[in-house]
Every structure is written in C-alpha cells, then in structure tokens.
Design a protein around this ligand. Structure first.
Ligand code: ADP
Ligand code: MG
Length: 380
C-alpha cells in the first residue's frame, strides 16, 4: 500500500501533502557535540515520510507503518504521551512552547531509516513532523531555528539527552554536501562531499550488535568530559587546543579523565582536518583520519564493542581508505570509505568475518549524501 492509501485508510481523507526528512551518518566528530565541538554529518538517502493533513477535532492523530498502535493527543506537557508518540507530541509541545499556534493534524508515517541503529530515525521522525506542521500552519520558523526545537522535543519531552547534531543534519543537510556544524554557535558550513564524482563510496555497516548499557555509559562519558573541563578551568573541552593537549593532560590526575579528554581534543582537530581536506577535494586522504578516530574511540573513549572493531579491521584489510564506528557507541554502525566498485567485496568480507566470530550477521548499504527535510512534490 502507498502512504497515500495508508493515510486514506486511517483517516478517510486525502493528505494535504508529504514531507520527508532523512536519517544521517556522522562522517567524523564523535561525542564532540556536547563538548561544544565540531561534527560533520551527512544526510542518508533513507528517510521518514510524513503524509499530513488537517484534523477537525482539534487534536493530533498519528500512525506509523512501523508500529501497530496509532496515537492521538490534544495539547500536552512532557510526560503525558510516552512511547513512540512522545517524539511527535514533543514536536507539537516544543512548537507551542515557543509560542506557535500549531495546526491540529492527522499524520501517517513511513520510514526506511532503521530504528535504534544510530542512524537517527528519531531525528528523521521529529524533523519530518516538524516540517509538515510548520508548512501546514504557515508558521514563521526559519530553517536555522528548527533543529533546536526538534532537539527540545527529544531532550525535554522524550527525555533523551542528545546534542544538536541529529536534528541539524536531518533538517539542514544538502545533497552532495556534508554539514560542518559548530555545536557551540550552531554555525554551519556546507562542505563538498560528492563521493560518486571521485569513484568513491561510503559503505555503512550496521553491526546489529545488541545495545547494552548505552544510556549509563553515555551519561558517564558526559560527566567525565564536564569534570575534565572543570578541572582545566575551561567552559568545555572544545576550548582545549590540540597544541595545548600535553599541558592539559599533565594537569589531570586521573588516567580515565586524561584519555576521555585526549579523545575529544584530538577528535575536534580531526574534524577540522577532514573539513580542510574536503574543501580541497582531497577526499581519499580523509581515510587515515577516519581510522584514527576509531582508534581513539576504541582506546581512549572506550565506546566500541567487538562487532564494530571487527567491521573496521575487516574493511581496512579489504582495502578501505579508512573506517570508523559512527554514532554514540556500544554497537550501531561503522562507515568505511572505499572505492565505489569495492562495496560488495567489502560488505561480503565483513559478513564472512562476522560469521567466523559467531556474531549476528551485519547489514550493509552504500550511502550517498542526500537532501535534508523538505516537502515532497506530487503524490506518494
Ligand atoms: P535512532 O535515532 O538511532 O534510530 P532512537 O532510540 O533515538 O534511535 O530512536 C528510535 C525510536 O524512535 C523508536 O524506538 C521509536 O520510538 C521512534 N521512531 C523512529 N522512527 C519511527 C517511525 N517511523 N515510526 C514510529 N516510531 C519511530
Ligand atoms: Mg535517535
């Protein structure tokens, strides 16, 4: 069934239109967001589509092809709607809280962003719904202000303490570009990232590793970074320049804090170095930076698991220019920069390595930099 038919089936009416917002992968810059640092995500071709139209009863009604139970709600506050509906109710709430008159709406969602794999299905959902509601209501909300509202929905309403990256990527990315985002100022720059033109590809390998202790470990990393920043007398670890790192590390008594700090400071520099290379069209040369990022996450930030380490090692053995885990860690996805014609061979090599280790089989796909959230032309 098309999404149009699903909408009609659920609500007995035609949708006004369709709005799509993508998932994302972060090319480099991991755990730097909440340290006021730099990230470099790009939008995936996979996206969430919202078919939407007005609702006559003053409430919001949402259904999803991925979840059996639809959700309905009126005006709510954080905590009132839980489960997957919280992402949608959170967007309505964040808009209302910012003073907007949000149009009551009926929404049907479909998505090919895998849920809970670190490709940010949550931001894709929030961004698709936000864009639909802004357009339906004719709300005066410039694109650059939208990510923070979607982030509030996730932080305050859903209760997930994430940074600004996911929503910024889903809303602001452009086709053929990576989004260089300064997480302190929210300034963005569109960086050329046209892999196909250079015969390159990014292979994304979903490790399918079971997520374990993710929330607790994430909280512990954040706390360590805050402690280190306080001990160094800076607002955030972003304020430690890589040239001053040895001096900073000497000031920190605790070895764990030292390693966490070294990851963040060197990772920020790797983002800057990656951006500099991409600006010059030297895409292959970012490979070693990707791999160095992985080593830093594995040894200093300690957020990788065996499945992602094996995927990175195997991709490199198979000829990748560089490879790293992407996303918060403890599972999730790996990305590898490869020659475009090596995608199948690399994916097969990783699958074989997983089989040998007795891991759950991985899923792989080739990612190109797609567009950010937008209304879609025509019918779906
Ligand atoms: P990620 O963002 O990495 O995919 P999250 O845990 O942040 O993982 O978000 C996943 C959650 O978002 C799902 O468990 C579900 O509640 C919600 N979600 C995302 N996409 C959809 C969708 N298309 N339909 C319904 N719920 C969705
Ligand atoms: Mg998410």
């Amino acid at each position: 069934m098309s999404l149009s038919e699903i909408f009609k089936d659920a609500y007995g009416a035609e949708p006004t239109g369709f709005w799509a917002a993508p998932g994302r992968v972060n090319l480099i810059g991991e755990h730097t967001d909440y340290n006021d640092g730099f990230v470099l995500p790009f939008a995936l071709p996979q996206r969430t589509v919202a078919a939407a139209g007005p609702s006559e009863d003053g409430r919001w009604h949402v259904c999803s092809t991925l979840i059996p139970e639809p959700v309905s709600f009126g005006t709510t506050s954080p905590g009132d709607v839980t489960g997957w509906g919280a992402y949608v109710a959170g967007v309505v709430w964040a808009l209302q809280d910012a003073g907007f008159e949000v149009p009551p709406a009926r929404i049907a969602l479909d998505s090919d962003v895998p849920l809970g794999s670190g490709l940010s299905s949550s931001a894709a959902l929030e961004s698709a719904v936000l864009t639909a509601l802004v357009d339906l209501g004719g709300l005066d909300l410039p694109v650059e202000k939208r990510p923070a509202l979607a982030q509030r929905a996730e932080n305050v309403y859903v209760g997930a303490p994430t940074g600004i990256m996911d929503q910024s990527a889903s809303i602001r990315c452009l086709e053929g570009r990576a989004l260089f985002l300064d997480c302190r100022t929210y300034e963005v720059e569109q960086i050329p990232f046209d892999l196909a033109a250079e015969g390159l590809a990014i292979l994304v390998i979903n490790s399918n590793a079971p997520h374990q202790h993710v929330d607790g470990e994430y909280g512990a990393r954040r706390k360590a970074c805050e402690e280190a920043a306080a001990a160094l007398g800076v607002r955030a670890l972003r304020d430690v320049d890589v040239a001053d790192l040895p001096e900073a590390l000497a000031k920190l008594g605790d070895d764990v804090l030292r390693r966490r700090t070294r990851h963040i400071v060197t990772e920020n520099q790797r983002v800057l170095d990656t951006v500099a290379l991409l600006r010059e069209g030297r895409t292959r040369e970012i490979g070693p930076l990707l791999t160095a990022s992985h080593v830093s996450m594995r040894d200093d930030f300690e957020i990788t698991v065996a499945q992602v380490d094996v995927a990175v090692e195997t991709a490199l053995e198979s000829g990748a220019y560089g490879a790293r885990m992407t996303g918060g860690g403890f599972g999730g996805c790996v990305l590898a920069l490869i020659d475009a014609d090596r995608a199948y061979a690399t994916a097969a090599a990783v699958a074989a390595a997983y089989e040998k280790k007795g891991f759950t089989a991985p899923d792989s796909f080739v990612a190109v930099a797609g567009p950010g959230a937008a209304r879609m032309p025509g019918n779906q």
